[in-house]
Every structure is written in structure tokens, then in C-alpha cells.
Design a protein around this ligand. Structure first.
Ligand code: AMP
Length: 215
């Protein structure tokens, strides 16, 4: 199953992508995670994108093309994949079609998790991440067992700079401006399925799985 998960920042894409990845045994490819890992590792790519990520702006399409093409070529993506955070512009969606064509693949479905700006700001401001192992928590919906401590590795949780409210509003604005047209691109090709992301994680997961069973 080759699928794209879309929705505004904070709609719960990462959490849902992990659940789908486990159930279908296909890799969760998050371009945001890949970029953050590059920043943390201090690679050339990381140095180029550090300030862009911090401000919540978009990394140039050409750079994203290289990253995604390389990732989709890897062996573990041969049986399927979940792309999370890509494509974010119509140009990226067009390029993705080309990459997939070259690899002899095509998208089966694009899942859109919807959410309003206020919901998104509320959720993201409550998000905390583990700087050591990358696990993501939410102080409202996915709390760690001990206050501010990662369940898996015991490190102290942090708030990402791009999760501060004013940056979240900027990311939402960019989503509306640049990414909403991508939804039209997929809607017109008939592969877009919408899921109401304002409900609990469990309800959203149930809907997602139901939708995937009918693809
Ligand atoms: P995310 O975790 O998906 O919200 O991504 C975090 C940040 O990484 C975004 O705010 C962008 O700066 C950058 N990023 C991730 N994916 C893309 C993409 N497809 N195109 C451009 N920038 C991206």
C-alpha cells in the first residue's frame, strides 16, 4: 500500500502514521523527522535547513526532491510506504508522481486528516518530544507516565521551537496557502479521502483503518 497522509501541522499525522505503519508493516516516511535528524546530526543538509525549520518555513522543493527520491528507492519501501509531510506544494506533488513512475509505483490513496487552526494551536502547544529517542507526547492526549520524562528512555522532554504558538500559526498559514492546493490536485484525481481529525486519536485511527480496508 502506497499512501500519503496529509493535514495541517498538529492534526495527529505522525501518531496515526505510526499506527498504520505497524498494522501494515510499511515504513513511515516523515520528511519533517528526516530533516530534524539531519539538523541534529549536523550534516550539510542539516546546516542548510536549520533556520528554515526553526521559522516554520518550507525547505526548497529541489532539496526535498533529492531527499524523497533517495528514501523511496530504499528496499524497505518496496512493499509500500506512508509519506507524512510530503508533498506540501503542487510542484512537490507533480514531482512525486514522476519519482513514483520512475520506480514503477503509484499512489493508492491520500488520507487527509482535517483540523481547524485553533485546534491545531492548542494541540501543538501541548506537544513535547524526547530529544534522545524522538518519541512524541501530548500533555492533553498522550501524557508520559512521569511528568516531563520520556517513558522509553528516561530523558527530560522538550518543546520544539517550531511548536511555539506564533510559529504554529505561521505553519498553519503556509499550509493553507501552499498545501491546500495539493488537496485539490489529489481530489481531482479521485484518490483523496477525508477524515475528521477533531475527534479522539482512537476514533480517528478507527476511521483511517476502515478507509484503508476499502482501498
Ligand atoms: P513537519 O514535522 O512535517 O511539520 O515538518 C517540520 C518542518 O520541516 C516544516 O515546518 C518544514 O520547515 C520542513 N518540511 C518538512 N517537510 C517538508 C516538505 N515536504 N517541503 C518543505 N519543507 C518541509
Amino acid at each position: 500500500m502506497n499512501l500519503v497522509l496529509m493535514g495541517p501541522p498538529g492534526a495527529g499525522k505522525g501518531t496515526q502514521a505510526k499506527r498504520i505503519s505497524e498494522r501494515y508493516n510499511i515504513p513511515h516516511i516523515s520528511t519533517g523527522d528526516m530533516l530534524r535528524e539531519a539538523v541534529a546530526a549536523g550534516t550539510d543538509l542539516g546546516k542548510k535547513v536549520f533556520h528554515i525549520l526553526e521559522k516554520g518555513l518550507l525547505v526548497p522543493d529541489e532539496l526535498m526532491y533529492e531527499i524523497v527520491k533517495e528514501r523511496l528507492r530504499q528496499e524497505d519501501a518496496s512493499r509500500g510506504f506512508i509519506l507524512d509531510g510530503y508533498p506540501r506544494t503542487v510542484a512537490q506533488a507533480e514531482v512525486l508522481d514522476e519519482i513514483l513512475q520512475e520506480l514503477g509505483k503509484r499512489l493508492d490513496v491520500v488520507l487527509l486528516i482535517t483540523s481547524t487552526e485553533d485546534e491545531v494551536v492548542k494541540r501543538i502547544s501541548s506537544r513535547r518530544v524526547c530529544p534522545s529517542c524522538g518519541r512524541v507526547y501530548n500533555l492533553l492526549t498522550l501524557k508520559p507516565k512521569r511528568d516531563n520524562i520520556c517513558d522509553d528512555c528516561g530523558s527530560e522532554l522538550i518543546q520544539r521551537k517550531d511548536d511555539l504558538p506564533h510559529t504554529v500559526r505561521e505553519r498553519y498559514r503556509i499550509y493553507k496557502e501552499k498545501t491546500a492546493p495539493v488537496l485539490e490536485y489529489y481530489r481531482s484525481s479521485g484518490i483523496l479521502k477525508e477524515i475528521d481529525g477533531s475527534r479522539s486519536l482512537e476514533k480517528v485511527s478507527r476511521d483511517l483503518f476502515e478507509t484503508l480496508e476499502n482501498v
